[in-house]
Design a protein around this ligand. Sequence first.
Ligand code: SF4
Length: 705
Amino acid sequence: PVTGAPSGPGTATHCPYCALQCAMTLTPGRAPDGMPALDVTPRDFPTNAGGLCQKGWTSAALLTSPERLTTPLVRDGAGVLREAGWEEALDLVARRMRRAREERGPDAVAVFGSGGLTNEKAYALGKFARVALGTSQIDYNGRFCMSSAAAAGNRAFGLDRGLPFPVTDLDASEAVVLVGANPAETMPPLMGHLDPARLIVVDPRRTATAQAALDGGGLHLQPAPGTDLALALGLLHVALVEGYVDAPERLAYRRERTTGWEEVRRCAARWWPERTERLTGVAAADLRKAAGALAGARRAHILTGRGAEQHSKGVDTVAAWIDLALALGLPGTPGSGYGCLTGQGNGQGGREHGQKADQLPGYRHITDPAARAHLARVWDVPEESLPGPGRSAWELLDALGTPDGPSALLVMGSNPAVSAPRSRRAVERLRALDLLVVADFVRSETAELADVVLPVTMWAEESGTMTSLEGRVLRRRRAQAPPPGVRTDLEVLHGLAVRLGRDGAEFPADHTEVFAELRRASEGGAADYSGVRPEALDAGEAVHWPAPRGRDGSGTPRLFLDRFAHPDGRARFLPVEHREAAELPDAAHPLYATTGRELQHYQSGAQTRRVPELAAAAPGAYVEVHPDTARRAGLADGDRARVVSRRGSVLARTRCVPTLRTDTVFLPFHYTGAGTANALTNPALDPVSRMPEFKLCAVRLEPAP
Ligand code: SF4
């Protein structure tokens, strides 16, 4: 029978991993060992057009993995995690959270969420923190992913939605600039929307995406790490001197739809091509070629990814690319635009519903008096009881167990022991807690440190909604019952809230009730879901936020067509200047290190490292290095190398890659133990977004024994 599917047998749902949220159908089948399992079939859908990547195809394997957790675990007096019942585990957590609050105040308990949680869970987690715990100390791993583009988008346009247009708009684009994004590995079906001949890839590495562009007749600009802000200003400079920005339609666009051009023009004037080449390493001729291709396109897009964002100047870097887009009249013009490729499955929805330190549901700022009054009404609590802004993700982790920091932490859907910058410091802080509670479905590296582990359902065992990278709200549907002993995250929050003295009705465990409340809470906010009708989602209709109540249909697939979201309706040019990274190579650490993803793994790898097919294809840590650089370090392809930064070292196999810059090495961040790439990375924060500088630190390379 059809289970809420738009058509056909099986259960229509979406991939559990990345923000493309490829559509798939799950049907009962058999695993190779004959045991019951779910079969995955790709479903035709605008974003994935019937395609899946290797992660999507194998996504059902973890559901039946022997590594699934099915019983709560509690650390005993000998320091061992032993099996426990749910009542014992939840009672223990609530008792120790209450004690921490009584002894040290409400901020003694902290919460760390995830961009992988459904909208309902993200909303319930934020409410749990602010109402049941009364703590300001909540943030989530999305701070590490998309917060710089979110801040830049809000400043420039008055509103941030990853892609303010449907993915399918890219099909007809005549030029797409991809800055620090590698969709050929991170979200392969997206490549079906990109014509390689029209791609301009900006990346210090010759990634699979850059190679596809070169093979198809497109361009690859390969700047030194940390210089892409200057590269954007250099491209804008060429657009200025070549008169590309003076086309009548662009003059009219700037006059009628923007403010602040003169200051940005002055910033770009200083970045003539030869100067840009000296800093970035991108040849002046390539700069002119790229600017000409972009400016000459009738329909064009600039898309940024984590490579532009994960810097101590990430907001300014994204702002520089937005400036270039505005100068060419792209944002808000049909068929063109600027967008950010969100990464995590619910990277978009995860930042809208109140699990971020500075936000309330509806993508409202927590210090806005009107927002606070609205949420106090929806939650039926005194306005003055709502806490203010808390610490950002790294600042929160860094404060754990310190005299002024939280002494108890609830982690839901995240693995900061691997994914945080300077990860060994993060592990130290997690160990220093009086109480660490982790809700997860496997024993992640963070769960291994916990005092209590709560086994929760996986994607195919639960229902709810997700919001894809194009702001489209999607139905996640339950295809099978969870294993006995496993509860949903919503049930966990309900059980804890009741034990903390709240009325159970305030924290429903039913996802439909939570979604109904989320819609009310979001009403009137930037991310307004009040008009997202559940029946429309059930029918598989496309609904993009904002979708205000009373406006039926598809919500707002394309933003900014008539006006930007600032009160005057105009976009803001944002004047920015290049500045150096927080840490640069020196004699002791002469190389840049940068990190990223590979095709087979997702985020910290806690899930994909447990899928046999993926683990076999991508089994462990490696460091990509130019053969000349390897030789100078006394290394050959395949040798064990030690990569050393000022914060720690990593052991990894040398992988010689002749297309890499000689001053740069690359490490994937999915691995753990001695191969944890984030042991190296620098938690220097962007002053606005508070995003750490994952993408650049100084290292040396040496043979490992
Ligand atoms: Fe699609 Fe991303 Fe899943 Fe791959 S990981 S199948 S690109 S949603």
